[in-house]
Design a protein. Structure first.
Length: 275
């Protein structure tokens, strides 16, 4: 089945995380004023239009990446999730409602809107990247593989409801254009404020999979396969993203064509990395 997830919060009123991709970089003002109610109105619009199309749209995500570490209050967030679930149910009993973990351990949501309660078809969404902190960027490929596998074993394997890794990548650098925000540079090459140079972004900021070094190709293929093993410990995954403006580590179309993303998925060059 092809899961279609509508990630509403990339434009949530007030910004729920302060990232550029929320529509505005800066303070988190979601949950202030009537911003939550505005968001529920938008959810209703999505649900009315798409939830009945269960042969095409399998799931609606209520809010993408609300930042609890950044100041989003968890109890009102939980109430929003309940209200959003009810809104989708007004139009479909079969559409899965997806909840983002708010950058908390995904298994910390165990017991909330779980299958043994009065809700159904609820799925958690967690995102796994190893490029947004210097400690991860500095890892070698064995450490990247280990980190991905441990994430699956420590968190995904212990959730009490359907759980997907709804964003992940083949990238082992943060060199992609505007990845950290427009004009902010990259940690990997030391151009991001406060970072120290680890390596060179040439060919990764913009480039092609064919133009990557053989070492990069080896590392990316190993990392992708390890993540497939890890994320399939639970319900599944959605790769971010199908096509980019030219950052090859993130471009699934190029990764497939270049032989760095296994096809079929069971065709592994590095099997059982998470064993």
């Amino acid at each position: 089945m092809l899961w279609a997830l509508y990630l509403l919060s990339h434009a949530a009123p007030g910004s729920q995380n302060g990232f550029d991709n929320s529509g505005r970089r800066g303070p988190i003002n979601w949950q202030k004023g009537d911003t939550v109610q505005q968001t529920l109105v938008a959810v209703r619009g999505l649900a009315e239009r798409y939830a009945p199309l269960t042969d095409v749209v399998a799931a609606i995500e209520l809010l993408n990446e609300p930042s609890i570490p950044g100041g989003v209050q968890i109890d009102p967030l939980k109430q929003f999730y309940y209200d959003g679930w009810g809104t989708v149910r007004d139009y479909s009993n079969d559409t899965t409602v997806v909840l983002h973990d708010g950058f908390q351990p995904v298994d910390s949501w165990n017991g909330f809107m779980s299958p043994n309660t009065d809700v159904w078809y609820v799925m958690m969404d967690t995102h796994h990247y190893e490029v947004f902190e210097n400690q991860y960027l500095a890892q070698n490929i064995d450490q990247h593989v280990s980190t991905a596998c441990q994430f699956g074993k420590d968190h995904l394997a212990h959730t009490d409801k359907w759980t997907i890794v709804g964003e992940w990548t083949g990238a082992i650098t943060d060199c992609a254009k505007y990845l950290n925000g427009r004009g902010l540079g990259s940690r990997y090459d030391g151009t991001y404020p406060g970072s120290a140079r680890i390596g060179d972004c040439t060919g990764k900021y913009q480039g092609t999979v064919a133009g990557l070094s053989e070492t990069d190709k080896y590392n990316i293929r190993r990392f992708i396969e390890a993540q497939l093993d890890a994320f399939e410990m639970k319900t599944g995954w959605v790769f971010w993203t199908w096509k980019t403006e030219g950052a090859p580590e993130w471009d699934m179309k190029q990764l497939l064509a270049g032989g760095l993303f296994p096809q079929p998925l069971t065709s592994r060059q590095f099997p059982n990395q998470c064993a």
